[in-house]
Design a binder for this molecule. Structure first.
Ligand code: PLP
Length: 395
């Protein structure tokens, strides 16, 4: 008999059994109204999760990376100027994709561990008198460093500069786990995927487009076929895709949205915040530090934890998998070997998180780090007990 631990990688996340069952469904005619009964609730539910009244939602058989490409290829022309900050592996990869599409990216190099500098964006946008910059990119939650950026502040910077660029936000590791305000923040394209906050396997790129972004797509000439939102919209008008949709995954998404909305978005965000705070208490008790440079950058979905100089953080991930059958995330890019990551998003409870912290602790002691067994777990327990007591009182 083989047993399975929960995973603590920052996506794909643990899948509730009901979602697994929902994905595993009999074949239906995907060009019939039966598919419309799955498709349209998905579009409506995603719009609610984005906190938008009017965003046009698109779902492609792809992943977050395909979502980036959908955003770029539908709204831009070769040679267009884009403003982006590089503060981790995922913002780096989106910049790389822009460059491969022949876009001219003005990169704001930002220390890994810090958020997007809205003030620098504002100064650059103010100096761009001819409005050559067509799009501002922002990675809401840098999964590589566990850093959250303030998207509201970026919108304010754009408005203060009186700049008409579109705002594209990568919410792959934030949407459906952390507060995301498409309308309030004036987001033009939001990108996410199915395998993190939505608790599903990878396989769906999920996007919201503002009216302004849709208008930009009328004139944009970058080549696109599979990711063409106009073709996709025509499909939706007939309860279909322009090609064969991943029906099972979308049936899973429909149920995932029901689960998230039943729990209540604010409760989902509060649960993620509480679990993340417990992890941060543990890190503190271990005497270690987060990669995120200060509390305003702390992510509620993933913590990247720095290990002492000279210690290979990747060993923690390797030994955890080999000895205890538990998955944590390795450091990526600039912070490879310097951090290990604990993913704390999706279908997760305080008690599940304690098992992850207990295991991380055992591994670090096994590897000779100067950490007291039980110290981080005790700190998290004390915090979770308090959180549960207030939740019981409120109920
Ligand atoms: N953006 C962020 C912030 C991510 O965390 C990831 C994946 O982890 C991606 C983009 C890429 O998404 P995918 O791996 O689904 O293509």
């Amino acid at each position: 008999m083989s047993f399975q631990n929960p995973v603590f990688i920052p996506g794909p996340t643990n899948m509730p059994e009901a979602l697994r069952q929902a994905c595993y469904m009999p074949t239906i005619d995907h060009r019939s109204p039966v598919f419309g009964k799955i498709l349209h609730p998905c579009l409506e539910g995603v719009r609610k999760v984005l906190k938008s009244d009017s965003a046009k939602i698109f779902i492609f058989p792809s992943t977050g990376t395909g979502g980036w490409e959908t955003a770029l290829s539908n709204c831009l022309n070769a040679g267009d100027k884009v403003l982006a900050a590089r503060n981790g592996m995922f913002s780096h990869r989106w910049i790389d994709m822009c460059q491969r599409h022949g876009l001219d990216v003005q990169v704001v190099e930002t220390p890994w561990g810090q958020g997007i500098p809205a003030g620098t964006y504002e100064a650059i946008l103010k100096a761009d008198k001819n409005h050559d910059i067509k799009v501002v990119l922002a990675t809401h939650n840098e999964t590589a460093t566990g850093v959250k950026s303030d998207i509201g502040a970026i919108r304010k910077a754009m408005d203060a500069a009186g700049h008409p660029a579109l705002l594209f936000v990568d919410g792959v590791s934030s949407i459906a786990s952390m507060d995301f305000r498409f309308d309030e923040w004036g987001v033009d394209v939001a990108v996410t995927g199915s395998q993190k906050g939505f608790m599903l396997p990878a396989g769906l790129a999920i996007l919201g487009f503002s009216d302004k972004a849709i208008r930009a797509s009328d004139k944009a000439t970058l080549p696109r076929t599979f990711f063409d939102i106009k073709d996709m919209q025509k499909g939706y008008d007939n309860n279909a895709f322009p090609y064969t949709p991943p029906v099972g995954l979308m049936n899973g998404l429909k149920l995932s949205l029901d689960m998230l909305l039943d729990e209540g978005l604010e409760n989902v965000f509060a649960r993620h915040h509480r679990i993340a705070e417990g992890v941060r208490k543990a890190v503190d008790a271990w005497g270690l530090e987060l990669c995120a440079a200060s509390p305003e950058f702390y992510s509620d979905t993933v913590s990247a934890i720095r290990t002492p100089e000279g210690f290979n953080a990747t060993d923690i991930v390797t030994v955890a998998a080999k000895t205890y059958g538990m998955a944590f995330g390795v450091g990526l890019g600039e912070v490879a070997g310097k951090v290990f990551r604990i993913g704390h998003l999706g279908s997760l409870t305080d008690a599940m998180m304690l098992s992850g912290l207990a295991t991380a602790e055992m591994v670090m002691v096994d590897l000779g780090l100067d950490i007291k067994l039980g110290s981080g777990v005790a700190a998290a327990q004390a915090f979770y007990r308090h959180g549960q007591a207030s939740a019981r009182k409120a109920a």
